[in-house]
Design a protein around this ligand. Structure first.
Ligand SMILES: C[S@@+](CC[C@H](N)C(=O)[O-])C[C@H]1O[C@@H](n2cnc3c(N)ncnc32)[C@H](O)[C@@H]1O
Length: 310
């Protein structure tokens, strides 16, 4: 608690009213090396850009270490031996937070990694999984951290939960909280040409309209994100492609259909119709042809390293 008092803006941290829920077992499925994981339970599988291995986008500790961990260590090493504070914004169930905490320790870096998320349920799962973990319940776009108090920050799979305008607010808040010379590592699935059918398929599977889905989940293009963050004041790295994601009608059915066979069939049918329609349109046709219509590669997972100038 002492640590939190230092970084909070003179206010007491919000009362922790975390509901502890049973940690769900990770749903992963064995995969054949080199082959796309496109069927049942495949929604969150990605293919790494460096070694072409298929990994579960959320659960793979190696993937988290190799993507966010390595540049984080490199950057923290340049700023002396002092105790570091890193905030994992939108940290959810704390998968990234915990892997980074352990990785920094194993690399001899004295640091506390804080999971900062709005969801009581997700923070509760993190607490249950790791009672030692430091969690803060807060809206990342109104983050209550003192200016220039953080050595680094990370955001993985968090950006698209904010509207376009709120994304800029979020990055401004993070900029304020990070020390000059500090880095912010942002990992995010960005747009590619086939992204629109993907969002349409997600909307249909979730029983929403495309417009609703677009308002809730705004995925910026790489250029847009780079422009916005440099306007905020960051020095922005070249975007680095770390993985590609692929989807099939079965994967949407699995993500939104649950155990309901009827619902799953319905979703598969709807998504297939969306894929077929897109495949007949010139702007998507080539990509669909390459992937064989039933598999959609809608985007790259991109990492940006943002630095607050000294
Ligand atoms: C897809 S999860 C990603 C979790 C984690 N970063 C990871 O990669 O495993 C997105 C998280 O963003 C959180 N979130 C969404 N809007 C938020 C907000 N305004 N402030 C803080 N967290 C938010 C959600 O509660 C959720 O836990």
């Amino acid at each position: 608690m002492k640590l939190l008092k230092v970084i909070y803006l003179g206010k007491q941290p919000p009362k922790r009213t975390i509901v502890q829920t049973k940690m769900e077992a990770a749903i992963v499925r064995p995969y054949k090396e080199g082959k796309p994981v496109t069927g049942h339970k495949s929604f969150n599988w990605v293919q790494r850009a460096d070694n072409k291995q298929w990994v579960h986008a959320y659960n793979s500790p190696e993937f988290i270490r190799d993507t966010l961990g390595t540049p984080l260590v490199q950057n923290l090493r340049t700023t002396g031996q002092s105790k570091k504070i890193v905030v994992d914004f939108c940290g959810g169930e704390g998968l990234v937070t915990d892997v980074l905490q352990q990785f920094l320790k194993s690399q001899g870096i004295n640091a506390t990694v804080i999971n900062s998320d709005l969801s009581e349920r997700n923070l509760g799962r993190h607490r249950k999984q790791n009672p030692e973990g430091v969690v803060v319940r807060a809206d990342s776009a109104k983050a209550p951290y003192a200016p220039n108090s953080l050595d680094a920050a990370t955001v993985r799979y968090g950006i698209h939960y904010f509207s376009k305008k709120a994304q800029s607010q979020l990055m401004k808040e993070i900029y304020k909280a990070v020390k000059p010379g500090g880095v912010v590592i942002v990992y995010h699935p960005h747009h590619q040409s086939t992204f629109v059918p993907h969002v349409k398929a997600m909307a249909a599977a979730a029983g929403m309209s495309y417009a609703e889905r677009r308002t809730q989940n705004y995925f910026p293009t790489e250029e847009e994100f780079a422009r916005m963050t440099s306007k905020v004041g960051f020095e922005v790295s070249d975007p680095q492609v770390v993985a590609e994601h692929w989807y099939s009608p079965e994967s949407y059915a699995d993500r939104w259909g649950g155990d309901n066979k009827e619902k799953r069939r319905e979703i598969q049918k709807k998504v297939k119709r969306i894929f077929d329609k897109a495949a007949s349109q010139k702007k998507y046709a080539e990509e669909f042809k390459r992937q064989g219509k039933r598999i959609l590669k809608p985007g790259h997972h991109i990492m940006f390293i943002l630095r607050k100038p000294e």
